[in-house]
Ligand binder design. Structure first.
Ligand SMILES: *[C@@H]1O[C@H](CO)[C@@H](O)[C@H](O)[C@H]1NC(C)=O
Ligand SMILES: *[C@@H]1O[C@H](CO)[C@@H](O)[C@H](O)[C@H]1NC(C)=O
Ligand SMILES: *[C@@H]1O[C@H](CO)[C@@H](O)[C@H](O)[C@H]1NC(C)=O
Ligand SMILES: *[C@@H]1O[C@H](CO)[C@@H](O)[C@H](O)[C@H]1NC(C)=O
Length: 463
């Protein structure tokens, strides 16, 4: 049964008991020889039966409505049925996606969104049905029943799954810190193969691999986050987060987490405040122990040294700024995304547009020391027709909005060969409709995305 594994994964209440063989105090693992882990289970599994009942009731509803030939409600019910089927499929995918790294909370977020859409359909149905009160009072009762069950499912999701997930992360963290302390040699740090791109061109983007609400909450739809691809010694596991804290326009500080566990659990952090210039727009990124960004209210690029906190700023020649050439969907633009910093195997890039190039995307590789342009290319991609862009191995990829659930990589420009194409169709699933930040990290070959206040990552497949 598809849902059984799900039950195994999240249904348990986990009670870890950590102790050391020598009876040492937990955490003083340098003295300890072993880590114990007791797993106790009690009930609280995903309400599979309830879910299945809900499904069959809705099918029954549909049949009966068909008999009675109420066309409008039938459309809604059919839609609802499809939604439920898709929800079941999503749960199956969730099971397949689960990678043991507690990354799959994202799939639950998607299920949550789908349940919300379902509830909305049910409300519509109730409204339509109420016009035929006499005939289908019973049906309405049933629909109300479905609604309350959906609510319960949703409640289950929020209160139990997510809460247990957090608890598990904390426990995992305790366990892994205990285990790490026992490891004799630390895992080797793999440096990205700068200049080496032997792994081929981009073929596919995964399902969202991890997702969480940013650390400041839903009021901050603009931001950026990631890991430095070429970190300074001792900062290999550092995660950074910058949100646009004022009118979605500028950020004033960088929040740093010393490990993935601290990042996930929103644990201890260090806030570093920008000097001289705040950061404008969500296009900034970290590289070689410095944060690069569009300096607030100017056509300049800023480099903020993470160690010395020294700032250098240089005009990006002819670049549009202050919302002149932002990224856009068909209906709206992403505020202040004029200058987009990007990292790849070749170093640091800036993606922007100039009037000289008719508002089309210009790609420049930067000298990370003095922010001078090492090389530049004019492309024929109108910057406002893309929702974002990133660079892999010297190839620029741009995305466009297909639907609230799907984004598509439709364009590429190879700076090595000059080849330009706008007929790509690499689609990927989104957590939320908006994409405010997207960057490729050549160290782990993942895409780091900030999507309507959610922090998301994707793994990539090459051919
Ligand atoms: C639908 O539900 C009604 C009452 O709840 C029941 O009598 C009927 O047999 C069901 N029909 C189907 C097709 O399951
Ligand atoms: C709602 O549906 C469930 C499952 O079919 C049933 O057990 C329950 O009695 C129903 N509740 C109401 C109020 O109809
Ligand atoms: C980058 O700029 C620095 C300082 O101006 C200079 O010494 C260095 O040679 C430049 N690097 C490249 C690759 O041009
Ligand atoms: C880009 O186009 C502008 C305007 O035609 C031109 O001045 C500039 O030299 C071009 N840049 C490159 C790198 O070709």
């Amino acid at each position: 049964m598809a849902l059984l594994a799900l039950i195994r994964i999240f249904g348990f209440f986990l009670f870890w008991t950590l102790a050391s063989a020598d009876g040492d105090v937990l955490g003083e693992a340098r003295v300890a020889k072993r880590c114990y882990c007791d797993l106790q289970m009690s009930d609280g599994p995903f309400p599979r039966l309830q879910f299945e009942q809900l499904y069959s009731v809705s099918e029954n509803c549909s049949h009966r409505l068909k008999d009675q030939q109420f066309n409008e409600p039938i459309d809604i019910i059919t839609n609802m049925e499809q939604r439920l089927k898709s929800l079941v499929q999503r749960v199956n995918e969730f099971e397949e996606e689960y990678d043991g790294e507690l990354y799959s909370i994202i799939s639950f977020r998607i299920i949550e969104i789908e349940i919300a859409e379902l509830t909305d359909l049910l409300n519509q149905l109730q409204e339509k049905c109420s016009r035929n009160q006499n005939d289908i009072t019973e049906l309405v009762t049933q629909v109300q029943n479905i609604t309350s069950q959906v609510d319960e499912l949703e409640e289950y999701d929020r209160l139990k799954v997510v809460r247990e997930h957090r608890k598990n992360i904390m426990l995992e963290k305790t366990l892994s810190s205990c285990q790490n302390a026992l490891l004799v040699t630390p895992a080797p740090y793999v440096t990205p193969q700068i200049g080496s791109c032997s792994f081929g061109s981009l073929k596919a983007v995964s399902y969202p691999k991890s997702s969480m609400l940013n650390h400041f909450g839903t009021s901050y739809p603009y931001g950026s986050w990631g890991k430095d691809p070429l970190p300074a010694a001792g900062k290999e596991d550092l995660y950074w987060l910058v949100i646009m804290s004022s009118s979605n326009r500028f950020g004033t500080k960088i929040r740093l987490f010393s490990s993935h566990a601290k990042f996930l659990t929103k644990g201890t952090h260090n806030d570093v405040t920008f000097k001289t210039f705040n950061a404008q727009g969500s296009g900034g990124t970290m590289f070689k122990d410095a944060y690069y960004y569009n300096c607030y209210d100017t056509g300049r690029l800023c480099r903020f040294d993470m160690t010395t906190q020294e700032v250098i700023h240089v005009t990006l020649p002819f670049a549009g700024y202050n919302d002149k050439f932002p990224y856009c969907t068909l209906s709206s633009c992403y505020m202040y995304t004029d200058m987009d910093l990007a990292t790849d195997e070749n170093g640091l890039w800036v993606l922007y547009a100039t009037e000289f190039n008719f508002g089309n995307l210009v790609v420049s590789r930067l000298n990370t020391t003095d922010l001078s342009l090492l090389e530049s290319w004019n492309t024929t991609l109108y910057k406002r027709s893309a929702t974002n862009a990133f660079v892999i191995c010297g190839v620029v990829y741009a995305t466009r909005y297909l639907s609230s659930e799907t984004e598509e990589i439709f364009y590429m420009f190879d700076t090595t060969s000059g080849v330009e194409r706008n007929d790509l169709s690499i689609q990927f699933r989104k957590v939320l409709p908006g994409i405010q930040y997207m960057n490729y990290n050549p160290r782990d070959r993942k895409l780091y995305v900030y999507s309507d206040a959610y922090i998301v990552s994707y793994s990539l497949t090459f051919e």
